[in-house]
Design a protein around this ligand. Sequence first.
Ligand code: ADP
Length: 206
Amino acid sequence: MGFLEPKKTCKPGVFLLTMASFSDNDMDNLVEPERTEPWMEKRAVYPGFFDPITNGHVDIILRGLRVFEKIVVAVLKNPKKEALFSTKDRVAMIQEIFAHQPDIEVKVFDGLLVDFVRRHKAKIVIRGLRAVSDFEYEFQMALMNRQLDPEIETLYMMPSVNYSFLNSSVVKEVFSLGGSVKGLVPEIVEKKLREKLKPGRLSLGK
Ligand code: ADP
């Protein structure tokens, strides 16, 4: 018997948890709710490359603040992945965007995410989920992180539909071809893109 049992009387697409459908085996597979220190769920880590941060990332951070008291934005320093902006620049842009929000901390990380999360006394990782295309990679990463540390949970949040098509690569590409990225990235990012890339090779229309 499944964990989530569709209730016959509810509207199509609405699923309710029905305790009656649990067998003993199902109960064995459930995670024991554990009592944790009060501060533990108050903070979450939001990791990413942020090359550069977009309004999609900002949307997820602000949504995260509705659930957690503190968000630690963890900027990946990955020498294997080529970046347009240096780690220092990526961190500086995020710090400037959230300069007036003391609940948001920006840190650099490399190595295992679970180690970073533990070091910052958090138990939750936030990730954004835009579309089904994100799912496979995110699924694999969440389960691998759980394998590495079963105490850490990954929480997915959906951005506003306005940003659900957006990623850093598309922003860089559109901008470098002369297209407008207004409203898709914070102003400081637009300014930094202007300094880095020379727009106008081919206009994508504004
Ligand atoms: P990307 O190149 O996809 O922007 P990042 O490593 O910077 O990659 O992304 C960090 C996290 O933010 C990931 O969980 C990713 O799915 C999420 N994310 C990226 N862009 C958006 C967006 N537009 N809306 C919501 N989440 C996003």
